[in-house]
Design a protein around this ligand. Sequence first.
Ligand SMILES: N[C@@H](CCC(=O)N[C@@H](CS)C(=O)NCC(=O)O)C(=O)O
Length: 280
Amino acid sequence: MWQDSPDPDCPVDQIQAARSIAIQSEVMSQPKLFTLPGSHPGYSVALMLDFKGIDYRRVDLLPVIHKGVLRAVGFGGRTVPALKIGGEKLQGSILIARGLDRLLPDPPLLPGDPGLREAVLGAETFGHDELQHPIRQIIWWLLKRNRDAMMGYLEGSKIGLPAGLAVKTSKPLVELEVRFNNADDENVQAVLAILPDLLDRADAYVREGVLGGKSPNAADFQILPAIRLALTMEDLRPFIEDRPIGEAALRLLPDFPGTLPPGLPDNWLAPLRSGSPETA
Ligand SMILES: N[C@@H](CCC(=O)N[C@@H](CS)C(=O)NCC(=O)O)C(=O)O
């Protein structure tokens, strides 16, 4: 245990050396990614860590319960992804992206060319501020009505209890998440009405070479997991899979757990049917 005043039997130099070894081992200890099964920004950060070649441990939490765990391990916010790395606690996919580039600049998540860098940052903000949440609202709306489908999204996660039991007892947690995320009929219908525009804008980023290229960047990592999660929803998949953004998501994430059978009211999908020339 650390002592604040020097031990008379131990030279001060040794105390300082031991202290610095302890700090180094904290810095070097294996990073921990706290996430929820199926969380698209959780995937964003997992992909960034893989891209950087960082060996990390994933800690899968259960929705709602995750808040207490995050607090207990010292995070201030209530959402995942949250990352403990190099003695730092980073929370939020964009903040983590900037933090990773600061801690381990190579390979960079942002391009060196100033114009492209600005475009990537703009696309990343679009993915985070405009695309991420609507996808979350649609999936919680569907999961509320088909809790058995959660089994698929739990595949490959270690949540500390059998997946079947987690699904069986998930009703209150799902209902709370639906409430926290405002995933009610009115909002989900509104989100589906703007989805064609969001997809058009995402396609434009691919066409302009801002994302979907050979070497993924921060915008790929922010946007493509959200699109990949949308592709697990059978209601949405036909409107996305043949688009440039759908193809880019399937290239980056060919395997992704979970499937949601059709469940959205047919008339709510009308904007997607008539929404844009690409989906006609
Ligand atoms: N926009 C933030 C927040 C992400 C976020 O809302 N994460 C969801 C999981 S996808 C979450 O933690 N939800 C739990 C809750 O809000 O209770 C980010 O990109 O990190």
